[in-house]
Every structure is written in C-alpha cells, then in structure tokens.
Design a protein around this ligand. Structure first.
Ligand SMILES: [Zn+2]
Length: 145
C-alpha cells in the first residue's frame, strides 16, 4: 500500500527495527476469518496479478467480506479516500462492524511490509493472504505487541 501519512513520517525518528517489531503480533486464525476464507481467496485469485484489499465485517450474526475497489499493482495498492469514506459511512449507517481488513501478496511475501503500516488504524486485526505455488495461505495479525 502506498500511502504517506504521519505514522510513516515519524518512523524515521525511532530505532526502526525496535519500533517496527512492536506494531503487530501474529495470531492464530480466528473463527470469523475461517468463515470467509473462501471469499478472500476468490477475491485474491480474481485480482491476479495484482493485490486485492477488502474488509471483513459483521452484520447481525453473519460475517461477510467486502471487496474494495482499489488501484493496485503486484506489490502495492491505493484506496481512494473518497471511496473509503463513503464505505465507512455506509457501514455505520447499516450497523455493520469492522472485524478486520485483508489484502493479498501475489508475490508470496508472508510478512507485512512498511507500506502496509497505515492499515494499523483501520481495524483491530489484519489478514494477509500470501500466494503459494498452488493456493493461498492466510496470516493473521493483531496490531500492537
Ligand atoms: Zn502488503
């Protein structure tokens, strides 16, 4: 994700490796993620060779993926702030709660990159979908140490 913001600018003021490692913790796959695994893999496949991005949300008792329209390459993506704002207002209006964000790494990188850092403020957890030779593997992160 290419998105210059305050977090990235202030990063240089810290000892980078120490600061970087406290931003997220890898966690086991929660059940709400398992419920929408197929949908996220479908989205990731449909977006090849580019990255994909979306939300995992809860409405009532059901969990859904919300694939987002983005501008993407094979290793970056960009979300139009106007599209994001409209989406978030829509969620709020419809009493939809955000459980997680997700995005894909078609190149197979299994860790988040510094370009992914702005996502820390968008949801409590993040699902990275990394491509393997035959499928995708899911890596779930909780923000914070
Ligand atoms: Zn990424």
């Amino acid at each position: 994700m290419r998105f210059v913001n305050v977090e990235q600018k202030t990063a240089t003021a810290f000892a980078f490796t120490t600061w970087y490692s406290t931003l997220w913790t890898r966690i086991a796959i929660p059940s709400f993620v398992s419920q929408v695994m197929g949908g996220m893999k479908f989205h990731a496949n449909a977006s090849l060779p580019y990255e994909c991005f979306g939300f995992i949300v809860r409405k009532g008792g059901a969990v859904y993926t919300i694939p987002m329209p983005i501008t993407a390459s094979s290793n970056h993506f960009y979300v139009d702030p106007n599209v994001l704002a409209q989406t978030l207002y829509g969620f709020d209006h419809a009493a939809v709660s955000i459980l997680s964000t997700y995005h894909s790494h078609p190149g197979g990188t299994e860790t988040l990159t510094d370009a992914d850092l702005p996502l820390t403020s968008w949801s409590p957890t993040h699902v990275l979908i990394a491509r393997t030779i035959t499928d995708w593997t899911l890596h779930v992160f909780k923000w914070g140490a």
